[in-house]
Design a protein around this ligand. Structure first.
Ligand SMILES: Nc1ncnc2c1ncn2[C@@H]1O[C@H](COP(=O)(O)OP(=O)(O)OP(=O)(O)O)[C@@H](O)[C@H]1O
Length: 630
């Protein structure tokens, strides 16, 4: 294959590094889910929710060097079992799953590669960028940045992705690389960790048979290197089947076979099922059986089963028969094997200290830098998008024209412009920030589940990455509108006005992040945000100056109110006058709207904004942490 020939064989590969072998055992794994009912719950709440058993008594053992494949019809529980052994299944699982005799731990998490059925990837990054960032985040500190990127390049060659290395991955909204290529990028990301345990859900879906064969050969190679590899494959060809070491066959969540892949036909033959013709793909045969479809020919010499009236009557009886045969013929020996290995392990003494394995592969600061760079690359398309710049520029020029050279004789208009500043730069960043966490949630969950980085490094990188983008647009806006609108022609006042608005932007952004992180649903968060901003708009002190006392407190929770107050405060000095009638001059501070606002004690307004700035961000972080898998 041309891609492979490009690889330099003498180059160091992380996949050749020594690793800690993992023996995975699962015994009697069962998982039940509560089904959601669509009926109204008001009157039926006393009735227990219906449940469904997704897995029932599944057992197996995979050792380092082995490739185990889970087979079964769609909906038979393969993904659920794979997720369970990856330690990522929420809810209670009964039975035992052990890794070298130990339960799942955070050190195991970092040694596990998990490729889920959906490719959760950043759409705007290229294939090379995706894998390089993964390498920078996941490979150990001892490698230099250059060496880490080289590893990503090697994986690209290994998986035959050279042709599309500089193409964007793409997503639901725009087309990028092909589905099969995306699959391989996802696999590559997990291979980069040099995992001791590699779990893959449908790695060959969307691939042609040659590429599928190549991917499975790669998995087999990884297994032979001392890794434990488990995968689900929907419909393997017989060529693929030959590469499997072990198989677990599921039928409606129950096992009908668990053990070596080679003797599978022999086993089913021994209980009375032989394929109808000689050259049948074993995988097709197993899937037929798991679906309860028995072959036409039944072996005559199976006297033991002849007492059954007709085991092939219907699909259900076939499935029941296969399940009970498994319990009778396979389970006892498998259970002994699992228990025996456990005894040997405890006789050998405790496992080596895991304290050093618990450490993060990269430092907090490295994670922060890499995540910041990745975030900037991913979002440069959206943040500086022409549409957003057009939106801000057009509003700023329009408002500059509407307020063209207003002066203090039209103080009502000027105050209106300041209020508009505070509201526009409350709305805009709020609605932009709401999308941040709900949009990145799948990636965050996937990456955090594999212990890729601290939540705090992600969070601070996101904050820092958003900063320049969020601050440039208001700066342009204020610069244009301030001077066109005829506000006080003083550089100091302009600078103070700009600083207040930027501060307001950061507070409003914090609220948006918190709403997004708490609700994790863009629709709900935008609805709540629009109600909140409407309240802030009305209670801000510009539209209504005589709000009844029982509801006047609303303005104290509004950051727009503090911003507006500060803007008015820096715009007008105490002794400034305006023309309040023909030839009559009044003190600006006596203008009703300003008098009602009360522009003294501006220190408190700054403190209130500072408290909100910190408070909303802490809230967003806590909400994000609480929504994380443990
Ligand atoms: N959280 C859940 N809520 C409702 N049903 C669920 C849930 N988890 C699993 N199931 C059900 O459990 C069964 C097994 O699902 P699972 O995804 O493990 O099947 P599968 O064998 O991987 O299927 P496929 O090959 O189509 O991906 C399915 O019928 C599925 O609908």
């Amino acid at each position: 294959m041309p891609d492979r020939q490009e690889a330099n064989p003498v180059r160091f590969s992380v996949l050749r590094e020594s690793l800690r072998p993992v023996t995975l055992k699962f015994k009697d794994v069962a998982y039940t889910i509560k089904l959601r009912t669509t009926e109204g719950s008001c009157f039926s709440s006393s009735e227990p929710k219906p449940t469904r058993t997704v897995l029932n008594g599944v057992s197996g053992i995979v050792r380092p060097g082995e490739l185990l494949v889970m087979l079964g019809p769609s909906g038979s529980g393969k993904t659920t079992l794979l997720t369970a052994v990856a330690g990522r299944l929420p809810g209670k699982i009964s039975g035992t799953i052990t890794y070298n005799g130990q339960p799942f731990s955070s050190s195991m998490k970092r040694k596990t590669g998990f490729v889920s059925q959906d490719d959760v990837l950043y759409p705007h990054l290229t294939v090379l960028e995706t894998l390089s960032f993964a390498a920078l985040l996941r490979l150990p500190k001892k490698l230099t940045t250059r060496e880490k990127v080289e590893q990503a390049e090697m994986i690209i060659m290994e998986l035959g992705l050279t042709r599309c290395r500089n193409s964007m991955v793409g997503g639901p909204l725009f087309r990028g690389v092909s589905g099969g290529e995306r699959r391989r990028v996802s696999i590559g990301q997990e291979m980069l960790v040099n995992p001791s345990l590699l779990l893959l859900d449908e790695p060959t879906s969307g691939l042609d048979s040659t590429t599928a064969q190549r991917v499975v050969a790669t998995l087999q190679g990884l297994a032979r290197g001392g890794r434990t590899v488990i995968t689900t494959i929907h419909q393997p060809s017989s060529r693929l089947y030959m590469m499997f070491d072990k198989v677990v066959v599921l039928s409606e969540g129950c096992p009908i076979y668990s053990g070596s892949a080679g003797p599978v036909m022999e086993y089913f033959g021994s209980i009375g099922y032989v394929p109808g013709f000689n050259f049948m793909n074993p995988a097709d045969f197993l899937l037929d059986l798991a679906n309860g479809v028995a072959p036409d020919i039944k072996q005559d010499d199976q006297q033991e089963f002849q007492s059954r009236s007709d085991p092939h009557d219907d699909e259900n009886s076939t499935k029941q028969y296969l399940i009970s045969s498994y319990r009778k013929n396979i389970y006892p020996a498998l259970k002994d094997e699992i228990n025996r290995d456990q005894t040997v392990r405890s006789a050998a003494g405790p496992s080596p200290s895991r304290s050093c394995e618990n450490q993060w592969t990269t430092s907090w600061w490295t994670q922060f830098k890499v995540l910041l760079k990745r975030g900037l690359k991913e979002r440069k398309h959206e943040s500086y998008s022409g549409l957003r710049i057009f939106q801000v520029m057009s509003v700023s020029i329009l408002s500059g024209l509407l307020w063209w050279h207003s002066d203090t004789s039209h103080i009502q208009d000027q105050v209106g412009l300041l209020f508009f500043f505070s509201i526009f730069w409350g709305f805009f960043p709020l609605f932009n920030a709401i999308f941040a966490f709900p949009q990145e949630r799948p990636m965050l969950i996937r990456e955090r589940s594999s212990g890729m980085y601290h939540l705090s490094s992600y969070y601070f990188a996101r904050m820092a990455g958003d900063l320049p983008m969020e601050l440039v647009l208001p700066t342009i806006f204020v610069t244009v509108t301030y001077w066109m609108g005829g506000l006080k022609p003083s550089i100091v006042t302009f600078a103070l006005t700009l600083m207040i608005i930027l501060f307001n932007v950061l507070v409003s952004q914090g609220l948006g992040l918190a709403l997004g992180a708490i609700l994790m649903d863009v629709k709900q968060a935008t609805t709540l945000a629009s109600v909140t901003m409407l309240v802030f708009l009305l209670a801000g002190g510009y539209y209504i100056q005589h709000i009844p006392a029982f509801i006047a407190w609303l303005k104290y929770i509004s950051f727009s109110h503090y911003c507006y107050k500060l803007l008015v405060g820096v715009q007008y000095s105490e002794n400034e006058l305006y023309e309040c009638g023909l030839g009559v001059h009044c003190r600006v501070l006596d203008f009703p709207a300003i008098k009602y606002l009360g522009i003294d004690n501006m220190g408190w307004d700054v403190a209130a904004l500072a408290a909100m700035f910190v408070g909303y961000r802490v809230l967003a972080y806590v909400a994000l942490r609480m929504g994380q898998p443990h």
